[in-house]
Structure formats: C-alpha cells, structure tokens
Design a binder for this molecule. Sequence first.
Ligand code: 3HC
Length: 523
Amino acid sequence: MSEGSFSRVGVVGLGTMGAGIAEVLARGGLAVVGVEVNQDALERGRGHLERSTGRAVKRGKLTEDAQREILGRVALTTDFADLGECDLVIEAVPERLDLKRKVFAELDKVCREDAVLATNTSSLSVTDIAVTTGRPSKIVGVHFFNPAPVMKLVEVIATVLTEPDAVARVAALVKGLGKTPVTIGDRAGFVANRLLFGYLNQAAGMLESGHATRDDIDTAMTAGAGLPMGPFTLMDLIGLDTCLEVLDAIYAESRDRRHAASPVLRELVTAGLLGRKTGRGFYSYDASGGDEPAAAAGEPPVVGIVGVGPLADALAALCDRAGASVRDSAADLAGCDLVVEAAEDTEAARALLSAAAQAAKPDAVLLVTSVGGSVIEQAMATGRPADVVGLHLPDPAGTLAEIAATVATGPDVADRAAALFAGLGLTTVRCRDRAGFIVDALRFPYLNDAAAMLGAGYADADSIDAAMTLGCGYPSGPIADLDRLGLDRAVTVLRALHAETREPALAPVPLLAEHVTAGRPLR
Ligand code: 3HC
C-alpha cells in the first residue's frame, strides 16, 4: 500500500517554499497541481519554478528538455476545485493559523475523502490544524528546508490523531524523491528548528549586546565551526519574518528566554527588512557586494609560546607552517612580537603569563588562551593588562583565531593581535571578554539542547544528527559533535557560560554529566 502510493500531488501556496516543493515533486516524476490565490501570485510562483530549474540548466545539471518536462508536470491554477483528483495536497501558505485553517477547510471540501492533507508549517502545531478538519487522521506535517530542491531532510510529523498508514505513505514518498524522512511527533520547532533557532536567536543577541559584529559572528561560525552559512546570512535566507514566527512559536511552548526573539529581529521585521526576499535584512543584497574587509596579512611575527601541551604544539605547528620563528625559553621572550600563554591549567597559565609579562618587550602583545577564567582576571595578574588579549582557536588545527579584548586592553592592541595572527595565515574575528568567545558560546548551548532532546526521548541520535546535517548542511550532527569535541569539554564550557549568565538552560543537562562520570560517549 505504501510505496509510490501518491501519483498526483497538490501544492497550495507557491512562495519560496511552495515553489521549491512543487519542483522537487515534479523532478520526482509526479503530476503536480500548484494553487495560488490570484493570477499575480501564480505568475510569481511560475517565475520561482522557471528560475530555479533554469539555474540548474545553466549549471549543466539539467537539460533543456528535462526542464521542459519538469515544468510540464506542474499545472498552475487559482481554483481549489482543481485539487479534486489529488491523493496528497501539501499546504505551504504563510504561517498564520487562521489562514492555514481556512485553506484546510477548503481542501476538506474539494479533496477526495481518502486524500492525505499535509502542512509544511515550520512553527505552528499540526494538531491545531488537524482538529478543525473533518479528517484529522489524514493530516500530517511535511517540513521541507530552504532551499527545498537542495536540502535533503524532510521532517514528517505525526500528531496523536494521524493514522500510521498516512505517515508511512508520506515518508515513502519523501524517500522516493531522494530525500531523507525523519518521522517525529508534533512539538514546536520539531527537531531541526528547535535546535537551530535557539542558536540563531543567541547570535542576534550577541550582535544586539555588542559582543561581536555581524561579520565576525558569521565568519566565526563558517571558518571556526565549519557551517555552510553564518547565522545572519542564514536568517536572511530563511526570511526574518519566518524567523520571528518560528521563535514566537517555540517560545510559547518552551518558555525559555533564549527563544524570546531578540529585539533587533523584531525591529528589522517591523521595518519590512525581511532578508534576501526584500533585498535587505541583516545584509543588503542590492549593493555590488564584496565589501568584505580584508585583514591585512603582514610579515610572520616572532612568537613566544609559554606552556606545554597540545595547544602549545598546535601553535608551534602553525608558526612553522607560516614561516614564523618561535621562542619558548623565558630568556628569549624579549624579542617576541607576541607571547602566547598555552598552558593546560589556569594556575600554571597565570604564573607563566606573569613571568612572560616581565620578560616581554614593551610593545609585545600578550595572549591568554586558558578557558578556565575570564581574560580580564588573568590580564590583571600580569601587571600590564593593557597589552593583554584573549585568544581562542575553536579548532587548533583549523584556520580561525578569536581575539577578545577586555575593558583594560589598550586601544590598538586587538588590531595588532589580529594583524599578527593574519601574518600566521589565520582568519581572525574579535569579540568581548565573555565565556566561550563566539564559537563555543554559540555551539555548546546548541549541543546542550541536542543532548536535552536526546535525553527527553523526542528523537534518537541518528534523527537528531540527520536533522542538522541534511536539513541545515552542518558538516556533522550535534550528537556526533559532542562525542568528537569531548563531553568533558562540553560540560566545562557550559558551566562557564552558566556561571557567567545564570541562564538555567545553559547548565549542562544531566545526560552529559552522567556520560562524563561514566566515561562513555553518547553513541
Ligand atoms: N534553489 C535551488 N537550488 C539552489 C538554491 C536555490 N535557492 N541555492 C543553491 N542551490 C543549489 C545550487 O544550484 C547548487 O547546485 P549544484 O551543486 O547541483 O550545482 C547547490 O545548491 C550549491 O549552491 P552554491 O554552490 O551556489 O552555494 P553554496 O555551496 O554556498 O550552497 C546552500 C548553498 C546549499 C544554501 C548552503 O549554503 C547551505 O546548505 N546553507 C544552509 C541552508 C540551511 O540551513 N537551510 C535550512 C534553513 S531552516 C529551514 O529552512 C526551516 C524553515 O522552517 C525555517
């Protein structure tokens, strides 16, 4: 009964997501009926479809004949009655419950009794939609990710009322379209948005509080965490209105302040600056672009490394690759441009840095790396805090250096530190002296949320990891990340974040602490 049991599929609403879904269905060989409210909207939908398939033709991924065939499978109409022969209809209209209910009431009237009706809602409760129809057992959620033709994940949402056969048939269809279905229950944000939006909102909060700039936060998350897009680029892609709706819906269920939309997001939405679709959001898309400030890469500096351990080794290897000379004996520090403390524990770091501060020349930049305390505490202990900045390499073998200036750091010291690290071939970003700098402050709360989701049994490790890799293009999923980065490190960073903010949701979840004590990875 399951495989290939749908042959004619309706799509209601042909905005970015609806048109993308229609394209995916037509590419999969299905007959598609696309419905819009009026002729103008229908033409816009046609435009989306033509542009998206046209792009594939230009890139040599699709022949013109194949494009014609795909477009030929999509019948466009403004008449709901044309959905009468569909065995599945997917609704993708704007995220307003009243509007969705109106659409479902209409579908209930015109669709065959055995037709399955699906919503692509990203934030509303599928159950709320289902209960106002005359066929709640046939209502499912099918949540595609933007851009729908590219992202491989589809969350299939079953409510407590949905009949198992409808869910199985939709999941089989998704598989047949070359995508990966993850079947889950009806909770706000499902898996991917629940994990993604806490992080996106926190990034907006960082910008709001002046912790770091938009560009530095985006660069940190691409260069330092390997994400395909930084949070502001991604919010602009999703649409800031959608971001706000998703956050409001998740907040209504979680009552977690981290989901209370950052004021900057609300302000942009009120101003009509919704991201790419309106030409401006966090970024502007009408300008010529290319206004990226290029960090000037100077001569490789002379680097003093004090302390021993993996970080000291990684820094020495980095200097070696960049052709910089390294000094590691106290007597040689006087000739160094920058002196990096790379000890493994905070007490040793403090002692080494104080000694180095005595030995280093007056215009040397001193860098603190230990995560055990704040940069300012250690800077004060050196007796020359104006010369001290914090340094964090989110991946010691990677290409990103995060540099944190404190309130006591001298005016051009962070600039000089950034230039010296650019001389070592690294991308640098700046932030204030707060726990986790940028990358860890953003990724560990997200990882904690994933561990909480696993602990609560909403989804298993495979589904959680698939949601983030296939839905959001992450290089690896959060459960795998936790095991790779180390659960003990996660607990340490989370405790530091919690101690600084007293935000209850930043305390490491019991599952993490339990696995650390047991010495066992999550998988
Ligand atoms: N429509 C169709 N195809 C597109 C596209 C679009 N809008 N944008 C990109 N593509 C295709 C390109 O044609 C290209 O295809 P090819 O490899 O077959 O030639 C491929 O995607 C890669 O594109 P590019 O090389 O131009 O660009 P990138 O390598 O930078 O990749 C990206 C673009 C795939 C969007 C990547 O940056 C990414 O994965 N970003 C993360 C996106 C994400 O997180 N989405 C989920 C958001 S949350 C959501 O949607 C849920 C909702 O409820 C809010």
